[in-house]
Design a protein around this ligand. Sequence first.
Ligand code: PLP
Length: 284
Amino acid sequence: RTVYLNGQYLPEEEAMVSIFDRGFVMGDAVYEVTCVLDGKLIEFEGHMTRLERSLRELEMTCDISREEWLAIHRKLVELNGVTDGGVYLQVTRGNAGDRDFHFPPAGTPATVVLYTQSKPGLANDPHALTGIKVISVPDLRWHRRDIKTVQLLWASMAKMMAEKAGKDDAWFVEDGFVTEGSSNNCYIVKGNKIITRNLSNDILHGITRGSVLKMAREAQLEIEERPFTIEEAQAADEAFYTSASAFVMPIVEVDGVSLGDGTPGRVSQRLREIYIEESRKVGI
Ligand code: PLP
């Protein structure tokens, strides 16, 4: 693979970052993952807008323009011959010179890394046909989940707990309500109504979430943005999650309780079709 590091396109073995980089020492970094379908970038503008917001919220600077970001993404997709997959982008606060809690001096350049991941047949994931199973775990993450930082340890541990339990993913629960999935936003469906947690600092403002809710409204589905409990989810007709790399993924079991008839629901399946079809049309 050819990767991008601080202005250079390099073979992945040659891309080196300092042991004093703030991303390595402090988890002081933000990231984005933009999906690639048919060689085209999906929701590129949305991901870049969120990246700019994450950087701003953490008082990080990175002087790469939208046009340059787009050029880097496109060049990596082309160089690596990616048809389906994604582009991972990470910006850290840079090389601090030594370990120090204080931010490095103003003017210290950010470290910028991008690389592609190929996932042939991404839109035909067989999990979407059977639906996936989730367990709930307490949400032990920090309280600025609206910022897309690389501090993913609890999300990673939650996924491992799900795997050990023989399930596919974990839902985080805080104060009795579901916040989001380990790497996705989640939804329950009751009749023609979709219920999903409202935006706040408690969850990541998913780019896919924004688009799927818009499409759902256009399809005359009712949307209620509010927190819901595990019990309410278990009594729902269906559930699903959304993320850039999984689109809309049906969920058929929550903490051992089957939803509906235990197969992917009608609304989830329809939204998945609409989202993938629309993405193929508007990708750049
Ligand atoms: N919530 C969390 C915690 C995530 O990590 C992600 C994606 O990585 C999402 C939600 C979904 O966001 P998006 O639709 O922008 O991929």
